[in-house]
Design a protein around this ligand. Structure first.
Ligand SMILES: [Zn+2]
Length: 283
């Protein structure tokens, strides 16, 4: 089983995770820029974070044979902080970098006017830079959040096939299915979706434009739930080709629209992790 996790925050994870993910078949990941839990107090913090997402983290992933790409944006939560908003002016510089395959995560957290402005502005950036957009949907008041999200997406003029609406569930999937947008599902240990619930949605809605991610981050989460979902699909009668479509070909097709997804040699064997000074970045 080859797995592409289209939404995972490896910055918050350990080398043990990389090791277990590689052993489970995870060969590629996309790491969206997000909220780190601790509020940032200046734009300089974003600069260091974005540089790490396109420099240090791909290097770290590569030691385990995992191909790493990133998406870059001002996240919905920090769009409300005036100390952070100037980062919007820095984004164009990052969106043109190699390895940045979308604008994201953008969208709504609490659905404030400041979030409206940042969301619409960053969709416009996606269009201007010819990149897809990864759109986070709120955890509270989800259905209303998704409806409003879809209205802003429609108004922006971005092609729906270049938008991934993420963190969907049984209720919100219905709202997105016929819009032409891609559908993302985060499989979590306790909250959000579980592998069995995901299998039911795939039975009902099919595998087209459906993406499964672990969204693993600094909270209670599990980077192997992509694999668990693939196994649950097989047990439920889906074919290996169905699993490959959901866990590999769909994310490749979606992020491939950036023209910057580099999966060359991704089938090469993973380098052995020797733990020497070169593999530790020379430190
Ligand atoms: Zn996330």
């Amino acid at each position: 089983m080859r797995i592409f996790d289209p939404h995972i925050h490896m910055t918050s994870r350990t080398t043990d995770d990389y090791e277990r993910m590689a052993a489970a078949g995870v060969r590629a990941v996309v790491e969206p820029a997000f909220w780190l839990g601790q509020p940032r107090t200046s734009v300089a913090s974003f600069v260091d974070y974005f540089d790490s997402l396109i420099g240090w983290e791909p290097f770290r992933a590569g030691q385990f044979g995992v191909r790493h790409h990133a998406t870059v944006a001002l996240n919905p939560k920090e769009a409300n902080d005036p100390r952070c908003r100037p980062v919007l002016d820095l984004l164009p510089r990052y969106l043109d970098k190699d390895g940045v395959v979308a604008v994201g995560e953008i969208g709504y957290d609490s659905m404030t006017p400041d979030e409206d402005a940042a969301f619409a502005g960053q969709l416009a950036l996606a269009v201007a830079h010819d990149l897809p957009a990864l759109v986070h949907t709120p955890h509270r008041d989800k259905a209303r959040g998704v409806e409003r999200t879809l209205a802003v997406v429609a108004e922006s003029g971005i092609e729906p096939g270049r938008v991934l609406v993420d963190h969907l569930n049984e209720i919100t999937v219905k709202l997105v299915r016929d819009t032409g947008c891609w559908l993302g599902f985060s499989i979590y240990p306790e909250t959000k979706m579980s592998p069995p619930r995901m299998v039911e949605l795939l039975k009902t809605y099919g595998t087209e434009r459906m993406l499964v991610n672990s969204a693993a981050d600094w909270g209670h989460s599990d980077p192997l739930l992509t694999r668990a979902t693939g196994e649950a699909m097989l047990l439920a009668g889906f074919t290996e080709d169905d699993v490959d479509r959901v866990l590999w070909r769909n994310p490749v097709e979606f992020y491939g629209q950036s023209g910057k997804l580099d999966l060359s040699d991704v089938d090469a064997p993973a380098p052995t992790f020797a733990g020497n000074s070169i593999l530790r970045g020379g430190s």
